[in-house]
Design a protein. Structure first.
Length: 250
């Protein structure tokens, strides 16, 4: 037993020494599991400091449970939101018909191709911009991120290769450029519903809302693609249907 303990201590000292030799720009992601919640803690190896945090699973108003990931100083859901109710218990209207969807000026949601059985569990719900602007979509203590909060995430993991580090390695069409999912964010290509009611892009791209409007009163969104290792800055009409990732309040 004493020999085993000595070996463990020696190995730990070697790992600390190796970490101190890394350049300040090098970043390491370490995964820890707490219940069903996955937490990725950033380690600034040059300083020899580590951040470790256990987060219990997050549950929405429909009792869907979500994995959670910490990247830098931000804590995100590691899955797309699936709730069909606001956090005050009010129901969000489900809208199947394309024409009705395109004319909405109030909250609404759908599943890709109106097929909950195939798409809800994996890809989550597509929400229109009015659902997001209600401020009641995410569980209490969480929120839909602003464009600046998305920018913080993207800058932290590396601007030009952020999509690769955030994308899940399966379920995307080849070549799924640069995908490593080293952050544990597990972005999936859930597609979208256009402002005229048509579905598009499943398997090819994922599209996520922010809460920030641009000068044209459209809403800034973020896109990841099978053919690109970056994260693309877009804007969408409020009638569009996109995925949502919730972020923990500070």
């Amino acid at each position: 037993m004493k020999k085993s303990l000595t070996s463990i201590i020696f190995t730990s000292l070697c790992l600390i020494s190796a970490a101190q030799d890394l350049k300040p720009s090098e970043k390491v992601y370490a995964s820890h599991v707490s219940g069903i919640a996955v937490v990725n803690d950033y380690i600034e190896t040059a300083a020899g400091n580590t951040k470790s945090e256990s987060i219990s699973s997050i549950m929405d108003t429909d009792n869907n449970s979500y994995k959670v990931v910490r990247i830098g100083n931000q804590i995100w859901m590691a899955e797309n939101l699936k709730t069909t109710r606001f956090n005050d218990g009010g129901r969000i209207p489900v809208v199947y018909d394309g024409k009705r969807w395109s004319n909405l000026i109030s909250p609404g949601y759908c599943w890709y191709n109106n097929d909950a059985l195939s798409n809800k569990s994996k890809y989550g719900v597509l929400y229109n911009g009015y659902s997001v602007s209600s401020g009641k979509l995410c569980p209490s203590g969480w929120h839909v991120p602003s464009a600046d909060e998305w920018k913080t995430l993207i800058s932290f993991v590396g601007e030009h290769m952020a999509g690769g580090k955030l994308k899940e390695t399966d379920n995307w069409m080849s070549p799924n450029e640069g995908a490593t999912n080293i952050t544990g964010f597990a972005a999936l290509p859930g597609g979208s519903r256009g402002n005229l009611g048509s579905f598009m892009d499943i398997g090819l791209r994922g599209h996520w809302w922010s809460t920030t409007e641009n000068a044209n009163n459209d809403v800034i969104s973020r896109t990841m693609s099978y053919s690109n290792e970056g994260v693309i800055n877009n804007s969408d009409r409020m009638q569009s249907g996109l995925s949502v990732r919730c972020m923990k309040d500070n």
